[in-house]
Design a protein around this ligand. Structure first.
Ligand code: B12
Length: 221
C-alpha cells in the first residue's frame, strides 16, 4: 500500500497538483496508513527526490520544487496533530532574507523543509538587518539564525552574516547563537560561508534542514 501511495503522491507533486496530493494523503489515512509513515516515508523522501531532480538531473523546475515544499508543509502540519505520541519540536529558529535581498523563494523552501523536520520557524521576512536578526533570535529564544542571501553583495555586506557575527561578538552571544547561511552566492563559492564567518552553510533546503536539526540536537558536524 505504501509503494502505491508514494507513487501517487510523487505523481501529484510532479503535476504541481496540491489538491490531488492532499487527497492521496487523506485517502491513505482513511485506509489506515499512520501519520508517522506519511511524514517520514512519503513526505520527506519526496522532498529529497524533488531537490535531486532539480539540482542534479535537471528533471524538475523551480515551480515543482516550490509547490512540493508548500505541500510538504501543509501535510506535515496536519499529520503532526495526529501522531500517536505527540511529537516534540526539535527547537525553534529564526530565518530571514538579508537586507536588500528580495529573493524569497529559496527561503520559503527551506522553511517548508525545516517544518517537515519538526523545527519551529519564525520567518523574519525580507530586508532583515543584522541587528534585527540578532534581536529576532533573542526575542524568540532561538539558538540559530538562518540567513538567506541570493546576491553576492547581500551575502558579503554589513547586513549579512558578517554584521550578525560582529553583533554577536560585541554582545558576547557567540556561545548561545549560531549562524547558518545559504543561497546562490554560497553555491557558486563554497568557501564564502567561512569568509563571512558563518558557523555552517548548506547547498539546498533539505540538507540545510538536516544540518539545523543536528545543530539543535548538538550533534557534532
Ligand atoms: C528568481 C530570481 C529573481 C526573482 C526573485 C523572485 C522571488 N520572489 O524570489 C526577481 C525577478 C524578483 C529577481 C530580482 C533580482 N535579481 Co535575481 N534571480 C533569480 C534567479 C533566476 C533564481 C533565484 C531562485 O529563486 N532560485 C530558486 C531557489 C529554489 O533556489 P535558491 O534560492 O538557491 O535556494 C536554495 C538554496 O540556495 C538553499 N538556500 C537558500 N536560502 C537558504 C538559507 C539557508 C539558511 C540555507 C541553509 C539554505 C538556503 O535552499 C534553497 C532550496 O533548495 C537567480 C539565479 C540563480 N541561479 O540563483 C537570480 C539572481 C539571484 N538574481 C540576480 C540579480 C542581479 C537580481 C537583480 C539585482 C536584477 C535587477 N537588475 O533588478 C534583482 C534584485 C532584487 C532584489 N533586491 O533582491 C543575480 C545575483 C548576482 C550576484 N552576483 O549577486 C542572480 C544570481 C542572477 C545572475 N546570474 O545574475 N531575481
Amino acid at each position: 500500500m505504501l509503494t502505491e501511495l508514494i507513487t501517487q503522491y510523487n505523481e501529484a507533486l510532479i503535476d504541481t497538483d496540491r489538491d490531488r496530493a492532499l487527497q492521496v494523503v487523506h485517502d491513505a489515512v482513511a485506509r489506515g496508513v499512520s501519520p508517522e509513515a506519511i511524514v517520514f516515508e512519503v513526505v520527506l523522501p519526496a522532498m529529497d527526490r524533488m531537490i535531486t531532480c532539480m539540482t542534479v538531473s535537471g528533471d524538475a523546475s523551480i515551480a515543482q520544487h516550490f509547490i512540493t515544499a508548500q505541500i510538504s508543509n501543509t501535510v506535515t502540519n496536519e499529520m503532526l496533530t495526529r501522531f500517536a505520541v505527540p511529537s516534540e519540536t526539535r527547537g525553534r529558529i529564526v530565518i530571514g532574507n538579508s537586507f536588500g535581498d528580495l529573493h524569497a523563494l529559496g527561503k520559503r523552501i527551506v522553511i517548508g523543509c525545516l517544518r517537515a523536520r519538526m523545527i519551529e520557524v519564525v520567518d523574519l521576512g525580507l530586508n532583515v538587518t543584522a541587528e534585527q536578526f540578532v534581536e529576532g533570535a533573542l526575542e524568540h529564544g532561538s539558538p540559530i539564525i538562518a540567513i538567506s542571501s541570493m546576491m553576492v553583495h547581500t551575502a558579503r555586506g554589513p547586513n549579512g552574516c558578517l554584521g550578525v557575527r560582529r553583533i554577536l561578538q560585541e554582545r558576547g552571544l557567540e556561545d548561545r547563537i549560531k549562524v547558518i547561511v545559504g543561497g546562490a552566492p554560497y553555491r557558486f563559492d563554497h568557501t564564502l560561508w567561512q569568509t563571512v564567518k558563518a558557523d555552517a552553510w548548506a547547498d539546498n533546503a533539505m540538507a540545510g534542514a538536516r544540518m539545523v536539526e543536528d545543530m539543535l540536537l548538538g550533534v557534532p558536524r
